[in-house]
Design a protein. Structure first.
Length: 93
């Protein structure tokens, strides 16, 4: 979406150069909205904005990867709680 391929007619197709573009104001708004509903450290948000300043696509990848990791950590915690809470091995008779 943000990377343009610059290809010389005489160059080898395997040697295609990628050019990055900074995020637009609309892109920054979308990045900010992705973080809504999550408790994140301010340094993570500021890092995403700093990355977006020179590479919008990389900033979106950073945010998506961070949120995926955050969601996976929450799932693991919930699974552990369910396993501990669902244990009925010992009954008080």
């Amino acid at each position: 979406m943000y990377k343009a391929l610059i290809e010389d007619i005489f160059s080898d197709p395997e040697e295609v150069e990628e050019t990055t573009f900074p995020a637009t104001d609309k892109d920054l708004l979308i990045l900010t909205e992705k973080f809504l509903g999550f408790e994140i450290p301010s340094k993570v948000f500021l890092q995403a904005i700093a990355i977006a300043d020179y590479d919008g696509a990389a900033a979106f990848r950073y945010v998506d990867n961070y949120l995926t990791t955050l969601k996976n950590k929450k799932k693991c915690k919930h699974k552990k709680l369910l396993v501990l809470g669902a244990s009925t091995k010992y009954d008080n008779n």
